[in-house]
Design a protein around this ligand. Structure first.
Ligand code: AMP
Length: 210
């Protein structure tokens, strides 16, 4: 199964992706994590993207194309994968559709986690508090000012993916305001609905006889 998790920063994509990794046995591809790893390693890619990420902007579509196409060609992606925050512009969505079509594959479903703005702000504060309490480094882009910028970038550049995937009949809207478990249950229901829709219909008794 090839899935996309869509939603504003703080909507819970990473949390739900981690759970889906376990329940569906497919890897999570987070471009944010990949880029942070590049920064931590001091690579030339890391040096190129650090300032852009720190100010809450998107890195270029060309950089994303390079890292995503390389990653999805790896053997552990053969059974499927979860794109977590890895599709942020319509250009990236078209690029992934093309790369998958070449391999005779396609996205099965796009889960949109819907969370309102005040809840996103509360989640940011929690994330920062939890990181500080656990003595983990707080992400440089997890401060109120940059977080606000990331929300604006989401609205301007990523939200146009909603009509894009709606027109492909792949978009599943999920209320992301509940507990992790409530949201997980809603995600599963949306995905199982997606699978049933794709599976060929069994003939009904009367049709099977003839
Ligand atoms: P995330 O961890 O998904 O919140 O991503 C953190 C930051 O990494 C974003 O604010 C962007 O600067 C960058 N980034 C991650 N994924 C993408 C993407 N698909 N396209 C452009 N920039 C991205």
């Amino acid at each position: 199964m090839i899935l996309i998790l869509l939603g504003a920063p703080g909507a819970g994509k990473g949390t739900q992706a981690e759970r889906l990794v376990k329940s569906r046995s497919i890897p999570q591809l987070s471009t944010g994590d990949m880029l942070r790893a590049a920064i931590a390693s001091g690579s030339s890619l890391g040096k190129k993207v650090k300032a852009i990420m720190d100010r809450g902007d998107l890195v270029s579509d060309a950089v994303i194309e390079e890292i995503v196409t390389a990653r999805i060609a790896e053997p552990d992606c053969e059974k499927g994968f979860i794109l977590d925050g890895a599709v942020r512009t319509v250009i990236q969505a078209e690029m992934i559709d093309r790369a998958l079509a070449k391999a005779k594959r396609a996205i099965d479903a796009v889960i949109l986690l819907e969370v309102d703005e005040p809840a996103l702000q509360r989640r940011l504060a929690n994330r920062v508090n939890e990181a500080q309490a656990a003595k983990r480094t707080v992400r440089p882009d997890d401060n109120p000012e940059t977080f606000k910028k990331r929300q604006e970038v989401y609205r301007a550049q990523t939200a146009p993916l909603i009509p894009y995937y709606e027109s492909q009949e792949k978009l599943k809207r999920v209320n992301g305001m509940g507990t992790v478990l409530e949201v997980a249950t809603a995600v599963d229901a949306a995905l199982d609905g997606a699978r049933e829709k794709k599976a060929p219909k069994k003939p009904r008794q009367s049709e099977a006889k003839s």
